[in-house]
Design a protein around this ligand. Structure first.
Ligand SMILES: Cc1ncc(C[n+]2csc(CCOP(=O)(O)OP(=O)(O)O)c2C)c(N)n1
Length: 558
């Protein structure tokens, strides 16, 4: 019987699961794995990053747009700790990302080997599955388990540790097989219970004004068409969380847009208050979406659809919990409901949107210096194609683009790291999103705080010629926190300001085409030039500080 090494088997197992891209950074313990990648003909592209954190964020952005497992890798010790932030974000955001960390040899354990770390203990609370593989012959099963864990039920991240001697060990070729379908997600969809569908449908039919509040789970389950059909049947408005954007195209007459403390506005909150039945779909009803569990008001009748049984009932008393895949649950409700008289949802939506956008439009034409965020959002919306993907960091970008940038196509066109909102996500996640959906324009929007976390990846972007458009909203401060000090702590500004960096010059030094914009009249020209430039481009915009802006944020501490 033919044999292969553990390192070769890892390469083949990824290939058999349909992996096409691996984001990562080399290390001593990874040498056999890299050598197998170099020697074998596998059709996978390895994207060398400048920080494992970025590799994990790239895998995350990649998975979000491609519906395929994102794969990242790094070495033991610092590689394993640096990969972690992206793995945690993906896991909490229900995105399948596989983190592979190589490790010291099993025979060196406990002997103070350089970079030794209990990887399994580190990753266990933060992933759906973690396993440090002890013997080469256990590798194929461990990889299959990781792919099942990542893609079935509520999707999430997994970690595999690959010790040096396991990479060099032998195993039978025949044990190397995989179910290619597990390379995409969601796999193994579960149906809702029939009697619960009947009860939920009866409640929906009785309701005068049902409304949907959709989280990231609708797009993850690819349930956009079923949602649109059900909302239309009922005439029910569809609100979303920040991550739920793309559940319904925003020019749909029933799409209310984002609600909550980050990107929600008074008109959208008041519209939601008119619901006499709320259907949460793929949504955890967390602190941001519900403005700390106040909107919708406690006591509003709730139907909750979620793949994770721990979610329904966590935050609202639930009339019917449908623990199921969102696509299957929504289509079962559609079938059960049959014909209905649609309610007056369109009127509620159009009134709320008119109120919300009239305030926005008045600010979007102002000539203030520094440039207002409203003007930047409007200019980007005007010049970018309708299927562009925007990746937004925490700070100014997330609430502004959530509230005011209308995503006209359903599906994943907005990405933000909403589980932890760690700064420095968007540049790397934008690279991953580009590789996941190379035919469309990807734009990463970040504050200057975020830029500082991630600037090293400009080299990766330039080296690979990634046609990513980057926009830096520069206000020389950690603006979100400064705004919190303004509103909650009597303007006692403390340790939130830093000095101005010329981000355009930094980008140019890396070989990235760059533009600096200080005056509003120069804004659109620079954005068009960056968008039309075939390669990587960055636009550095001197932007109104967040604490002075009229940000669509109801609470700075969520
Ligand atoms: C890794 C990390 N550390 C700290 C924070 C807390 N935090 C949230 S927003 C913010 C300020 C963001 O500053 P910047 O990126 O410049 O954007 P701005 O708010 O100024 O638009 C900070 C420090 C965070 N989100 N992530």
């Amino acid at each position: 019987m033919g044999q292969m090494t553990g390192a070769e088997a890892m390469v083949r197992m990824l290939q058999l699961h349909g992996v096409k891209h691996i984001f990562g950074l080399c290390g001593d313990t990874s040498l056999p794995f890299y050598d197998a990648l170099a020697r074998l003909d596998h059709g996978m592209l390895h994207i060398l990053t400048r920080d494992e954190r970025s590799a994990a964020y790239m895998a995350d952005g990649y998975a979000r747009v491609s519906r395929r497992v994102g794969v990242c890798e790094g070495p033991s010790g610092g590689g394993a700790t640096y990969l972690l932030p992206g793995i945690v974000e993906a896991n909490e955001s229900s995105i399948p990302v596989l983190g592979i960390t190589t490790d010291i040899a099993t025979t060196s354990r406990g002997r103070y080997a350089l970079t030794e770390l209990d990887q399994e203990a580190l990753y266990r609370p933060l992933t759906k599955r973690t396993e440090v593989i002890d013997r080469a012959d256990q590798l194929p099963e461990a990889v299959r388990r990781a792919f099942r864990a990542m893609t079935a039920g509520r999707p999430g991240a997994a970690h595999l540790g690959l010790p040096y001697d396991v990479q060099n060990g032998q195993l039978p070729e025949a044990s190397v097989w995989a179910d290619a379908e597990l390379g995409g997600f969601p796999s193994y969809r579960t149906s809702p219970e029939k009697d619960k569908i009947k009860r939920a449908a009866a409640a929906l039919a009785r309701a005068r004004m049902p409304m949907f509040v959709c989280g990231g789970g609708v797009v993850i389950a690819n349930a956009e068409a079923e949602l649109a059909a059900l909302a239309t049947l009922l005439g029910a408005p569809v609100a979303t969380t920040v991550s739920g954007q793309g559940s319904l195209a925003e020019d749909h007459p029933l799409c209310l847009g984002v609600v909550g403390s980050n990107g929600g506005t008074l008109p959208t909150r008041e519209a939601l208050a008119q619901a006499d039945l709320v259907v949460f779909v793929g949504c955890r009803a967390g602190s941001v979406t519900t403005e700390r569990w106040r909107y919708p008001a406690q006591g509003t009748p709730v139907i909750h659809i979620d793949a994770d049984p721990m979610v329904p009932g966590a935050n609202y008393r639930t009339e019917v919990a449908l623990v199921a895949d969102a696509k299957l649950a929504l289509s079962a409700l559609l079938m059960e409901l049959g014909k209905q008289n649609p309610g007056a949802g369109k009127k509620i939506v159009s009134e709320a949107k008119n109120r919300k956008f009239s305030g926005f439009r008045a600010l979007a034409v102002k000539d203030d210096i520094p440039i207002l965020p409203e003007r930047i959002v409007a200019a980007l919306h005007e010049i970018l194609p309708r299927d562009a993907t925007l990746v937004c960091d925490a700070g100014t970008p997330c609430p502004y683009f959530s509230a005011y940038y209308e995503f006209l196509e359903a599906g994943r066109h907005f990405i933000s790291n909403r589980a932890h909102g760690a700064l420095g996500y968007s540049m790397a996640a934008g690279v991953g999103a580009h590789f996941g959906r190379p035919g469309t324009k990807t734009v990463s929007v970040m504050g200057d705080g975020s830029f500082g976390f991630t600037a090293g990846e400009l080299e990766t972007i330039a080296r690979l010629g990634v046609p990513l458009m980057m926009v830096v909203l520069s206000n020389s401060s950690y603006g979100w926190i400064k705004a919190g000090q303004k509103t909650g702590f009597d303007q006692r500004y403390f340790s939130v300001d830093f000095s101005r960096t010329d981000h355009a010059r930094v980008a140019e030094a890396f070989g990235v085409r760059a533009f600096k914009v200080e005056k509003p009249e120069d804004l659109k020209r620079a954005l068009v030039a960056a968008a039309e430039h075939g390669g990587p481009a960055l636009v550095d915009i001197l932007t109104q500080p967040l604490q002075e802006a009229r940000a669509p944020v109801s609470e700075w501490v969520a």
